[in-house]
Design a protein around this ligand. Structure first.
Ligand code: ZN
Length: 137
């Protein structure tokens, strides 16, 4: 698997509008991209800290897993997932399956920023929702 780096940290927030000024102040740079990811029912906002990105995730529907995550956390957001960059997400997913890790995505799908992504279940990853992602070619 051997990821090349942490691609981003996913942080759940109930409102992008309310939290973006903090992250702009913290990172010293404005958000460089806002994107709605329909199939995940989220609106994302991206910040850069060196090579690592911060992905803020705001639910666009009460059905969103992000909405449920926030609800479970007493209405507060928090770190939702860690995304590892791999050369080939399909191979990484196959390796994870061979190791007996529980997959959320059996096949890679399109995420924000045109990445190909797949999630591993926190039951298999020490409680940390883990995303594998591959840069667009
Ligand atoms: Zn992510």
């Amino acid at each position: 698997m051997k990821p090349t780096h942490i691609e981003h940290l996913g942080i759940a927030v109930s409102s992008l509008e309310a939290t973006m000024p903090f992250f702009e102040a913290l990172t010293g740079a404005p958000c460089y991209s806002i994107e709605v990811v329909e199939d995940q029912k989220v609106k994302t906002a991206f910040f850069k800290v060196g090579e690592v990105k911060i992905e803020l995730l705001e639910p666009t529907s009460p059905e969103s897993t992000i909405a449920k995550f926030i609800e479970k956390n007493g209405g507060r957001g928090g770190v939702h997932h860690v995304a590892f960059n791999v050369e080939n997400v399909e191979e990484a997913l196959k390796e994870a399956e061979e190791r007996g890790w529980q997959l959320i995505d059996k096949a890679p799908r399109k995420g924000a920023e045109h990445l190909m992504i797949a999630f591993l279940h926190p039951k298999s990853t020490c409680g940390v929702l883990t995303e594998l992602c591959q840069q667009p070619k």
